[in-house]
Each structure stands twice: as C-alpha cells, then as structure tokens.
Write a protein that binds this ligand. Sequence first.
Ligand SMILES: Nc1ncnc2c1ncn2[C@@H]1O[C@H](COP(=O)(O)OP(=O)(O)OP(=O)(O)O)[C@@H](O)[C@H]1O
Ligand SMILES: [Mg+2]
Length: 255
Amino acid sequence: MAGKVVSVSSVNGGVGKTTTVLNLAGIYSLMDKKVLIIDMDLYSGGVAVSLDIKNKKDIFMMIDSMANNRFTTLKDYVTSYNRSIDVLSCPRDPREATKIESRFIPIIFDLAKKEYDVVLVDTHHVLDEINLTVMDYSYITLFVLINDLVNFKNMKSLLSIFKDTDKKNYLVLLNNSRDTGKDYMSMYDIRTMIGGNIDYTISRNFYIKNIDKYVMNGEILTLNKSINTFHSGDISHMKKLALDLIDDSHMKEEK
Ligand SMILES: Nc1ncnc2c1ncn2[C@@H]1O[C@H](COP(=O)(O)OP(=O)(O)OP(=O)(O)O)[C@@H](O)[C@H]1O
Ligand SMILES: [Mg+2]
C-alpha cells in the first residue's frame, strides 16, 4: 500500500484545523479508507481528547524507541478510534515535545504510508522546523483560513514564499463556520488580500452551536447522521475536498 500524507495547517491558531482533520478522517472512513491521524500539534494537540480515546502510547514514545533500537512496529504506538481510523497522538507529557527531532518525520510518514490509505497530519500554526518538515514530506497541505484581516495578511506572506519557492502542493480552505460573524469580506476581496485562490469554503451554515457536546462524546461531526442530514451542502463540499486532496494529479510534487 502506498498511502498519501495530507497535512492540515494554518498561519494563525484556532481556525479549525483539528476540526477539519477529524471531519476529513470521518469522510475517508466512509469511503472505506484506512486512516491514520498523526497529531503533530506537539505541545497542545487535541486529537485524542476530541475523539475521547485513552491512548497509552504517543509519538514521543515511538521516536524514543527508534532512537534506542527498541522500535518494532507502528501498530504498537497507535490507538484505534474505529474500524478504519487510528491515531498516533502527540506527547502525553508536553515536556517531551521539544525532544522530537524533525529527522524522524519522514521515517514515520514512510511507515504510515505502508499501512494506511490516508495519513492525516494535524499541525500547529507556527512555521517552525517541525511544520516545515511535515509540509516538505506531505503529498499535499491544506491551509485553513478564517475570514479575518490578520489571517489574510499572514496568508499573503506565506503564499508569496510558496510562489518564490515554486511550491504548488497546497489547497486553501476558507472556514466561515468557526466565526459566523466574520464572513463579511467578499471572495474577490479575499483573493486580492491573500494574493491567491480560495479552493474550498465551509459555509457559516456549518456552525455547530453545541459542538462541545460532540467533542465531549468523542464524536466526529461528519459521521453523525443528523449533521449529515442538516448540513448536506457543506458535507458534500467536504467530500469533494477529501477526494481532491488525494487525487493523483498532485503526484509530481510528492517527495
Ligand atoms: N463548525 C464549527 N462550529 C462551531 N465551532 C467550531 C466549528 N469548527 C471549529 N469550531 C470551534 O473553534 C475552535 C477552534 O477549532 P479547532 O480546535 O479545530 O482549531 P485549530 O486550528 O485546530 O486550533 P489550534 O490552533 O488551537 O490547534 C474550537 O473551539 C472549535 O470547537
Ligand atoms: Mg488544533
């Protein structure tokens, strides 16, 4: 099996990365794809808690075993959420986050690609060495953006770096569901402000008032029947996004 690594990142925090990762994982699992979520938000990751899984192992333990020749298989370090979704969680002890060296990232990705169809990587929003390495070794990166001036300004800087470095394997998702009062800027204005394209939009209709209830229950929104019924427009848009992310047309950029 040669799975694809899809990372989800942003230029500002709190824009909906983790929610998007979980929603995509749900969609891929409905497509019968085997999914591994890797929580690379090393200091403050929220994947395990959002899925209400009690993981005994984490990414630091895996890397520590590799460095000390104790590592045998990825399976020993992942925790299962359902039949098709596994999680490799961020360090349970945040003090271990700083010990994670970026050289292990391609090794982990290669192991994961052998076992899973899609490897979804949640990140934090700082463009540090870990995040740059994650992006470098991703098949594609999805940038989540909210309708916010500071977010647009930072996105513009990043997109100009991508243009200078000829980086093309990314898509931009505008998330209007996180902060519904902030979708006043027109798409034309946003494109002008970021100096690039918006590939996908989650509408303000997808604002889930009682989202914490789902988080408390460890539920994935896209696997919930009533959410699928009431938000069918946004759900089918997310399905298109999910397919586009793993489309073979991005193959040239793969490392
Ligand atoms: N569709 C939605 N409806 C209501 N609230 C939402 C929605 N999507 C995200 N949120 C809320 O917005 C907040 C930020 O979302 P999330 O944690 O996914 O962002 P993030 O980019 O991963 O944040 P961080 O940078 O801290 O990791 C959370 O409290 C989440 O519950
Ligand atoms: Mg997050």
